[in-house]
Design a protein around this ligand. Structure first.
Ligand code: CMP
Length: 138
């Protein structure tokens, strides 16, 4: 059993896509074991995306991520890191497969509706960034 962090980004929240994203997780036998809505500060967004610090899009990405509320969730299931990434689709919505969240709703490589951890090590860091052990349903 694996866990991963999912974020519905400010564009997903403001466009009324929270239910749509959650529906896709539930329809794919993914369990939500923690969930909350938060508005990140610039510092919190920078800390979360620290791995992208040197990228040209870092400032824009972290500004965007604190521009409105986000929904953060811990997802649980077999092979859920990869499963979530398949459901989300490629980072660039133009390259995302049909039927994926990003292909269906994203408008921009940055405003791509959802974030999902890409590996067990990042999942562990990202889950710990938002949730403590008492907030996870076992
Ligand atoms: P995410 O999966 O949250 O991981 C890093 C984010 O940076 C990514 O989704 C996009 O929102 C953003 N991103 C990645 N590549 C680019 C890019 N080339 N230009 C702008 N934003 C990007």
């Amino acid at each position: 059993m694996e866990r991963t962090l999912s974020i519905i980004k400010p564009d997903g929240v403001s466009r009324g896509l929270i239910g749509e994203v959650i529906k896709r997780f539930e329809q794919n036998q993914i369990r939500i074991v923690a969930m909350k809505m938060v508005q990140l500060t610039k510092k919190q967004a920078e800390g979360f995306y620290a791995v992208h610090k040197a990228r040209p899009f870092f400032q824009s990405l972290t500004d965007f991520m604190c521009s409105g509320p986000v929904v953060v969730m811990v997802l649980e299931g077999e092979n859920v890191i990869q499963k979530n990434r398949t459901i989300m689709g490629a980072t660039n919505y133009k390259e995302a497969a049909e039927g994926t969240i990003r292909r269906d709703f994203a408008t921009d490589i940055e405003k791509n509706i959802v974030h999902g951890s890409d590996a067990p090590e990042t999942a562990s860091f990202e889950i710990g960034y938002f949730f403590n052990a008492f907030e996870l349903i076992s």
